[in-house]
Design a protein around this ligand. Structure first.
Ligand SMILES: [Zn+2]
Length: 59
């Protein structure tokens, strides 16, 4: 039931392992190139480069 997923880094293609309880919007870091990646979708798992300029921690 607790299976992790993987998604390739859009920058370098490294397969990033994502915990099963990861939520949409979570920020991950690529273990290879170090790029910050935002989880934009869970099923199927998709990651995209995290926005650097917008900081939306208001809520
Ligand atoms: Zn990478």
């Amino acid at each position: 039931m607790s299976k992790s997923q993987q998604s390739p880094c859009p920058e370098c293609g490294y397969e990033i392992a994502v915990a099963a309880d990861t939520v949409k919007g979570e920020i991950l870091q690529c273990g290879d190139c170090g790029m910050e990646l935002e989880v934009i979708n869970i099923e199927p798992l998709e990651v995209a480069p995290a926005p650097e300029e917008e900081e939306d921690w208001g809520e």
